[in-house]
Design a protein around this ligand. Structure first.
Ligand code: COA
Length: 387
């Protein structure tokens, strides 16, 4: 298998409602990434950086990549912001791998950041809404949870038993979050609590939604053939895939399938030359519980409607045959928009180095990350191995 790039270091802040501002969060994630490089790395070795961020809330909206250069101590090298809503992180990783392949940079930095809790609830709804369609969705009053509520209602209509599977996603991911010290929520919820929770956008209740979180994550990439200069246990990026779709869900032929995810998943697996059966776990974009079921189907791990039985069988639990979101997922770990796709890869970096502590997936050798922008308008998928 040909490796496209190697991850040699990774850093992560706590996710949640945090006192730290965006600059401190970035600094902490990048410092963590450098500190994690076993054989050491210098800031001067970074030839290019990418910042994944929506620019949510009250901080630097334009030209924020310069803040990444400043806070990471690598001014001089080119830096750019990658913005594809909630899929910004997955797309920034893609840009980082392309930069590595282009050559000329010993190291490439990919960071993701969002500071979401420093604005009022009304402003949060505005910032979440701008990643959906403005003319037909946001201006008409549809919230982000509302869009996924429509998708969930259609899914429940088609596939009886799906309500229990949505609850199982919430219960599982909250349980997984209790083993992740960086998670926004570190508390269990029962099936009954999920089903009885206040409605946010029918049929989705409070525990079907990801929270609004602050946080940052960072990765250091190196050419695959130079990885061992930095560490004896690099994690390799073997496959990349991406896709897009019409922005408004009403423009699509189907509500319950994301063609952008399907395209991105097929492309990433083909690029890596790996069969689905060889993946030991998945990090998928569960911004709402329904999104985890759609991901399993769009990525080809279940037929349409089949994610219900797959999930209810326990297969996606940490002890099952295909663990999904061992870090708690967006549901429990939190979803600081730009940081999410980078954070998924941070988890894969730990797991494939057998360094994930109490949430370690035994014998993990290959994994996939799936990151969605908006309600499926953009998607990025990547495949990793321990080499
Ligand atoms: N899951 C579980 N608990 C949650 C939660 C969530 N998603 N969101 C908030 N809570 C908890 C809080 O911790 C708090 O608990 P406490 O009373 O024990 O302290 C309580 O619920 C109230 O929190 P609050 O922040 O006032 O909730 P809210 O009503 O303002 O927001 C949501 C709840 C679901 C509307 C909000 O989390 C949300 O908008 N989520 C979706 C974000 C989103 O769309 N992201 C992009 C997706 S692609």
């Amino acid at each position: 298998m040909a490796h496209r790039a190697a991850i040699v270091g990774a850093g992560h802040t706590r996710f949640g409602v945090l006192d730290d501002g965006p600059r401190a969060l970035l600094r902490s994630a990048v410092d963590g990434a450098f500190a994690s490089v076993d054989k050491g790395a210098e800031r001067s070795q970074v030839g290019e950086s990418f910042l994944a961020s929506l620019g949510f809330g009250g901080w630097q909206i334009g030209n924020s990549s310069a803040v990444l250069s400043e806070e990471s101590g690598i001014t001089g090298a080119p830096s750019s912001r990658v913005e594809n809503a909630c899929a910004s992180g997955g797309y920034a990783l893609r840009s980082g791998v392309f930069a590595v392949e282009q050559g000329g940079s010993p190291l490439v930095l990919v960071a993701g950041l969002e500071k979401m809790t420093d604005v009022t609830n009304a402003r949060r709804r505005y910032w979440l809404g701008v990643s959906g369609d403005t003319e037909w969705e946001r201006a008409a009053g549809l919230t982000f949870a509302g869009v996924y509520g429509l998708i969930a209602a259609e899914y429940l209509h088609r596939y009886p038993g799906a309500r229990d599977a949505l609850a199982e996603v919430a219960v599982k991911n909250h349980e997984n979050g209790t083993r992740n010290p960086n998670a926004h929520f570190q508390k269990r919820v029962s099936r009954e609590e999920v089903l009885r929770a206040p409605r946010v956008a029918d049929p989705l209740g409070l525990y079907d939604c990801c929270p609004v979180s602050d946080g940052a994550a960072a990765l250091l990439l190196a050419p695959a053939d130079q990885a061992h200069q930095y560490t004896d246990t690099p994690v390799f990026v073997d496959g990349l895939g991406a896709g897009s779709d019409r922005l408004a869900v009403q423009e699509r032929p189907e509500l319950t399938r994301f063609s952008a995810s399907r395209r991105a998943g097929d492309e990433a697996l083909r690029d890596a030359g790996i069969d689905r059966s060889r993946l030991n776990f998945l990090e998928v974009h569960d911004c709402f519980t329904i999104a985890e079921l759609l991901a399993l189907e769009d990525l080809g791990f279940a037929d349409p409607g089949g994610a219900v039985d797959l999930t209810l069988s326990g297969a996606t639990r940490p002890t099952g045959r295909l663990p999904v979101n061992p870090d708690g997922g967006l549901k429990s770990k939190g979803h600081p928009i730009g940081a999410t796709g980078v954070s998924q890869v941070y988890e894969i970096f730990l797991q494939l180095r057998a360094a994930a502590g109490t949430r370690q997936v035994p014998g993990a050798e290959a994994a996939l990350a799936h990151n969605v922008g908006g309600a499926g308008a953009t998607a990025a998928v990547s495949v990793f191995s321990r080499g």
